[in-house]
Each structure stands twice: as structure tokens, then as C-alpha cells.
Design a protein around this ligand. Structure first.
Ligand code: ATP
Ligand code: MG
Length: 405
């Protein structure tokens, strides 16, 4: 366990001595230096790069506030705790503007000192981890929607297993959003009991940031975070396109991959998700109504200027003699089937009913292998898909869809 390295900056030799005595009793703290004015403190800080500086305010040559300003700019990983006999708001304000993280009013107790050091240190470590994660995720976050114009073709089972697979097998930070607003069942498929859902965000989406977002997510044991659909169908209508856009944009701050399960109805909310998606997995099955709707869907997506490579075609339940050949399907749809998932009722049905994704319970099965291939499709893609602006095009889209109806 690394020790917290502390530098003591105070012009009073007696104060430094008292602090030294208190800190020497702590196993997890080590004193790496002492200084008696601001200038000396800056020099010592640069040399020792401590985790924490205990900084007196009133010191000769350069005061503690100025020294704090310089140090927090030059050494962003060092945190400063200001110590002052003056506890008034103006002092506190100046110290915080200078970059101090905490404030101790002299005389303070040993407990207050130790607690403050541990607290700022823990907070700083957490911040560093978050920053590292964010820069790792960077702008590379991708949104992937699972869509089909048909109900019951396996959208949710694919969304759930894909999300879990990306987190477990490929070590990704994954958020799973249930946009089947009326009858979402992602919670059931993962055996979760969400305390909060998208319904709670409806009135708060304008103030939404990454921290507030976290409060509405439910964690699955694999680490994926789920934004569950509203608990009752009547709430669905109150969810707006703007809310959905804001949710997906905000999730990009904390997650490298955002998987969206959608409803089969091609209305505004679904389109908002499809537009901002880097990839759409369009699910179809081997029956004529499903194939015809998949074709219509591809035409709509073409009219909406979705790049061809943004859409991956998934044939679900593709086993046995279906009376239609795969080649005929490809020529009918004018594109290759990207992945064909077999029908494996003995694995998929219990997995759905027990809320245990088969990618965890039957990782070697053919269905799991297909899900893994879908995951690789997302992760290995080197093409940079330009996402479609939703706001600009939404009016045109609505008109287009009305014309088709
Ligand atoms: N490859 C498969 N093999 C066997 N059964 C499957 C397969 N894919 C889906 N199923 C079955 O189909 C059912 C419907 O799947 P799912 O709920 O994922 O569909 P959906 O498209 O999300 O439906 P909805 O439109 O109602 O949201 C599941 O309960 C599952 O048992
Ligand atoms: Mg579903």
C-alpha cells in the first residue's frame, strides 16, 4: 500500500513540529519535506512531488495562496490543504479559487488533520482514475442500436448478450439502454430490479450530466450499467426525443460502448437513436413478412442517408430448412447477411426466462459465438462511420415517413 506523501509548509517551527508529531503516528502517511515560506514550498513541491501539501496562508516572501496557485497549475496531481487562523468565507473563497481542495482552521485537532489528508488524497486518486478512464474512452465512444421492424425477433436477447459479452470478454465499459419504452424487458432478461428508470429523467434531462446519469443506472453483476425503460407503458409518451438524445450523448462521457435496444415502431424516439448510432444491427428472420419489412427498412435508411456500412444485417433463428435459401435472401435484400444466429431454443429460452444471459451460462454455444462475432464487428471496425445529425433532419424524416405510411 503506497503511503501518502505530505509536505508541511508553515513559517512557525512549533506548528511544523506539532504536525510532524501527529502525522508520525500514522502508518499510511510519510512526511517528505518541510518549508517556511511560499517560495521554498514551491521549490520543495517541484522536487518532491508530494501527494498533499499542508499550506499555511500567512508566510513571508510569498504567501500560501500565491504558492497554491503556482503549485496547482504546475503539479495538478498534488493537492493543497490550506491552514489558517482565519476561518472567514473570504479566505476560504480565495483559497478555493487558488486551487486548494480543503481548509483547516487553526487550531485543529489531530483527527481533523488526519481526516482531511485522507479525504483529499482519496478524492484525488478517484479523480485520476476517472480522468485516465475518460481519456482512454476519449471520443471513441460508440452507440450501437439493435433494431427490427418486427416484434419478437430477438432484439432484446441480442442487446443483452452483446452488452454483457463486450464487458466480460472484451473488457469494455458498457451501458445498455432500453428504448422499448412501453414494454421494455431488459430488466427481466438480466434479472434486475431497477430503482430508477428513464421515467425519472424526463423532467431532469436539461440538467443531465455524467454524475446525475449514474444515479439512474442499474448495475448488473458483470459491470454493465442499464438504463431501464419506464415501469409503466403510459410513461412512454412523456419521453421526448431531446431527452433521449441528451441521455445518449451524456453516456458517452463514461462508457466506451452504448448498446440501445429499440422498439419496432419507427417513430421519432427510435429514429433519434438510429441517427446517432455508429452501427445499427438490423435483425431479421427467415420468413417472408420479416424479409419484406427488412427490405423496406433498408430503403428508409438509405433515404435517410445512413452510410451502407453503418447497417449490419443479422439473420436470427437461421437453422434447419427454412424454405428460402440464404443466397436468395441476399439478392432480395441486395446485401449480404453479416451474421446468421442459429435457433437454439434449449439455450436461449431458459436464459431469457431465468434472466441469465447465455453468453455467461453457455459461453461455448453457437449462439454465444455469434454474439462474440457481433462484438468483434464493432471493435475491429476500422471505418469511421459518420453519425447522422438528428435535429437537422428530423423534419424531413417525419415528412418522408408520413409519405410512406
Ligand atoms: N436464436 C434463438 N433461438 C431460440 N430462441 C430465440 C432466439 N432468438 C430469440 N428467441 C426467442 O424469442 C423470444 C423473443 O426474443 P426477444 O424478446 O429478444 O425479442 P424482441 O425482438 O426483443 O421482442 P419485442 O419486440 O417484443 O421487444 C425470446 O424469448 C427467445 O426465447
Ligand atoms: Mg424486446
Amino acid at each position: 500500500m503506497p503511503k501518502i506523501e505530505v509536505l508541511i509548509a508553515d513559517d512557525g517551527a512549533q506548528t511544523r513540529e506539532n504536525i510532524r508529531k501527529i502525522l508520525s503516528l500514522e502508518d499510511n502517511i510519510i512526511i517528505v519535506g518541510e518549508s517556511s515560506n511560499g517560495q521554498e514550498t514551491v521549490k520543495a513541491a517541484v522536487e518532491t512531488k508530494p501527494d498533499v501539501i499542508l499550506m499555511d496562508v500567512n508566510m513571508p516572501v510569498m504567501n500560501g495562496i500565491q504558492a497554491t496557485e503556482i503549485i496547482t497549475l504546475d503539479l495538478p496531481e498534488t493537492v493543497v490543504i490550506i491552514m489558517s487562523a482565519e476561518g472567514d468565507q473570504e479566505y476560504l473563497r480565495k483559497a478555493m479559487i487558488a486551487g486548494a481542495r480543503d481548509f483547516l482552521v487553526k487550531p485543529f485537532t489531530s483527527d481533523a488533520l488526519i481526516t482531511a489528508i485522507n479525504r483529499v488524497y482519496e478524492r484525488e486518486k478517484k479523480r485520476q482514475i476517472q480522468e485516465a478512464t475518460l481519456s482512454k474512452i476519449g471520443r471513441k465512444s460508440k452507440v450501437i442500436s439493435i433494431y427490427s421492424p418486427h416484434d419478437g425477433v430477438g432484439k432484446s436477447m441480442i442487446a443483452t448478450n452483446l452488452a454483457v459479452c463486450l464487458a466480460k470478454d472484451f473488457d469494455q465499459r458498457v451501458a445498455l439502454v432500453d428504448l422499448n419504452l412501453q414494454f421494455g424487458d431488459i430488466d427481466l432478461m438480466l434479472n434486475l430490479t431497477p430503482e430508477r428508470t428513464l421515467a425519472g429523467l424526463i423532467s431532469r434531462y436539461k440538467e443531465l450530466d455524467a454524475d446525475l446519469m449514474e444515479q439512474f443506472l442499474t448495475e448488473h453483476k458483470t459491470g454493465i450499467k442499464v438504463l431501464a425503460a419506464p415501469p409503466k407503458p403510459e410513461y412512454a409518451e412523456t419521453v421526448t426525443v431531446y431527452c433521449v438524445e441528451r441521455v445518449l450523448e451524456t453516456l458517452k462521457n463514461n462508457y466506451s460502448l452504448i448498446i440501445v435496444d429499440t422498439s419496432s415502431v419507427l417513430q421519432d424516439i427510435t429514429l433519434a437513436a438510429l441517427d446517432v448510432s455508429n452501427y445499427i444491427f438490423l435483425i431479421t428472420t427467415f420468413d417472408l413478412p420479416s424479409l419484406r419489412n427488412a427490405k423496406l427498412c433498408l430503403e428508409v435508411m438509405d433515404a435517410l442517408h445512413y452510410p451502407r456500412e453503418k447497417i449490419k444485417l443479422i439473420m436470427n433463428r437461421a437453422s434447419g430448412d427454412m424454405g428460402i435459401k440464404m443466397d436468395d435472401v441476399s439478392s432480395f435484400l441486395d446485401r449480404e447477411i453479416d451474421i446468421a444466429i442459429p435457433s437454439e431454443g434449449r439455450i436461449v429460452v431458459p436464459s431469457v426466462n431465468q434472466g441469465k444471459p447465455f453468453i455467461l451460462t453457455d459461453p461455448q454455444s453457437d449462439v454465444s459465438e455469434c454474439i462474440r462475432r457481433m462484438a468483434r464487428t464493432i471493435l475491429d471496425a476500422d471505418e469511421e462511420i459518420e453519425i447522422n445529425e438528428h435535429n437537422v433532419l428530423s423534419k424531413i424524416k417525419r415528412a418522408f415517413l408520413r409519405r410512406r405510411a
